[in-house]
Design a protein around this ligand. Structure first.
Ligand code: CU
Length: 90
């Protein structure tokens, strides 16, 4: 059994990938790496996933994701223009 799951999201005019699939109950980390200076993507936040991070250019930032509940949880840029989501499945 995997002890941990992680994913890296490249922030470059949007989120790539924009959807991350995680397995319920396994501790998870998401790393955001902003590689482009455009727009308001210098911040990423999610109310449902309980994080709010500044993303300095080319400085990866990692957040922990609660995978205790199944569902879809969105995150977005500081101005809620660009969206991505985490899908937690059984
Ligand atoms: Cu934005």
């Amino acid at each position: 059994m995997t002890a941990k799951q992680s994913a890296t999201i490249i922030v470059n005019g949007g989120y790539a990938p924009a959807t991350v699939i995680l397995t319920q109950g396994i501790p998870a980390e998401l790393t955001f790496e902003r590689t482009n200076d455009a727009g308001c993507l210098d911040q990423v936040h999610s109310k449902s996933l309980n994080f709010n991070e500044a993303l300095p250019l080319n400085e990866p930032r990692t957040v922990s994701i609660d995978t205790s509940q199944i569902g879809e949880f969105s995150f977005s840029c500081g101005m809620d223009m660009f969206f991505g989501k985490v899908v937690v499945q059984p």
